[in-house]
Design a protein. Structure first.
Length: 133
């Protein structure tokens, strides 16, 4: 059972939502950044959005992703994200193994997270966006 699993605290793993300028225009995407000096294995990520837009409750589909290995101090693109869902709370549940220990953390980006005042240059990506630890 889940209550019997020892979940150690997550350190050295962050999520970023960043904007890349392309010839087709601005494209936003979600990235996972491993700041650790060890590899992450069997990285599982679920994402969903929920909240209220114009007085109506909205919910996105739940998406699931798997990255077999994420090397030390490496970055991986998880999924593209449509700026229309920035008005929702965007939740990402990340689980991974380091050796045989499982780690698990929920990252939540609230609608206000995407305001220009919270955006910063993310050196690991070379892009501007929002970083969550």
């Amino acid at each position: 059972m889940k209550k019997d699993i020892d979940f150690s605290p997550v350190t050295g793993v962050k999520l970023a939502i960043a904007k890349e300028e392309t010839p087709a225009g601005a494209e936003w995407a979600v990235y996972i950044i491993n700041f650790n000096l060890v590899e992450l294995n069997t990285v599982m990520i679920t994402s969903k959005g929920y909240g209220e837009i114009e007085g109506e409750m909205r919910k996105t589909s739940t998406l699931r992703h798997m990255i077999q290995e994420l090397g030390p101090q490496c970055v991986a693109k998880i999924e593209p994200i449509d700026p229309a869902v920035f008005a929702l709370t965007n939740e990402f549940w990340v689980s991974y193994y380091i050796v045989d220990q499982i780690f698990d953390k929920k990252f939540i980006f609230t609608p206000g997270s995407f305001d220009a005042s919270f955006r910063q240059m993310i050196p690991e990506l070379g892009l501007e966006g929002v970083l969550h630890s």
